[in-house]
Design a protein around this ligand. Structure first.
Ligand code: SF4
Length: 268
């Protein structure tokens, strides 16, 4: 019986709390209709093989956009600051805040830790929500000093799970930020999930947009080789597609390199 991956995902979730032995993916007709009515606003028939689809998406995006050379930073510390500052703002604003720090020669943990909160807050202002971000940066620096004697190397060489938990325990660091640090500063093979990734997967019928972060990440981890360089490039390419074509309103599918992956909606 043919079924889409997203249906098998939802069924697996349902069965995980009631393991009857029924194979994942065997949705009945009513469940399938409900899913399609709710989730298939734009297209399409979900790919039969999500792993192959993900690899194809990658090739199409890479051919179209080329290498993205992420993360746009000169040092691991800049990556971490960028990950903290990029929440709820554009990268252009983050760049302006980082430029302030660079001009002040404060782009190093020890130097930044000695700066007064008011001054730091002034430098971070262009990144928006600057008071919260000042607190987050200072909390990170305090933690680095107390727990790792100010050494980024000591922090970043911790085992991936321990490092992730440690980062998540800090003020202002959520899953996307922690994983950005793990992938782009520590070089660990963890896939970063952001709003663009959710939107693109959901519009192509691969995962629901509202799926928990861990499930979306697990989807990539299960379908692709655990390779930091691949995850680095793939996430950056999804961001490029999201920014350029996959807008929340009016996605530009005809010009998008993934447009060819959308099949015409079936008559329902
Ligand atoms: S804009 Fe691109 S990624 Fe978004 S739904 Fe259309 S084809 Fe897919």
């Amino acid at each position: 019986m043919p079924f889409s991956f997203i249906e098998s995902y939802e069924t697996a979730r349902r069965l995980s709390s009631n393991p009857t032995g029924r194979p994942a993916g065997c949705l009945d007709l009513q469940q399938t209709r409900v899913y399609r009515a709710k989730n298939m606003a734009l297209a399409r028939v979900a790919p039969r093989s999500p792993g192959r689809a993900l690899r194809r998406f990658y090739r199409r995006l890479y051919r179209h956009f080329g290498p993205q050379r992420w993360w746009p930073a000169r040092t691991r510390f800049e990556v971490i600051l960028g990950a903290l500052l990029t929440q709820n703002t554009s990268w252009a604003n983050v760049r302006r805040a980082l430029a302030n720090l660079r001009r002040a020669r404060a782009l190093a943990p020890q130097k930044l830790a000695s700066v007064l909160a008011r001054r730091l807050s002034r430098w971070l202002r262009p990144s928006g929500y600057y008071r919260q971000k000042t607190r987050a940066v200072r909390a990170f620096l305090r933690h680095l000093q107390r727990r790792h004697a100010g050494s980024l190397t000591r922090l970043l060489r911790r085992p991936a799970d321990a490092l992730r938990s440690e980062l998540l325990s800090l003020r202002g660091i959520g899953e996307e930020t922690a994983d950005s640090i793990l992938l782009y500063a520590a070089g660990r093979p963890v896939f970063v999930i952001d709003a663009y990734t959710r939107r693109i997967l959901s519009r192509h019928g691969l995962m629901p947009e509202t799926a928990p972060y861990a499930d979306l990440q697990d989807f990539f981890h299960r379908q692709l080789p655990r390779d930091a360089a691949l995850f680095n490039e793939y996430h950056a390419l999804l961001v490029a597609a999201g920014k350029t074509y996959c807008h929340r309103q009016n996605p530009d599918c005809p010009r998008c390199p993934l447009g060819i992956e959308l099949e015409p909606a079936r008559a329902r």
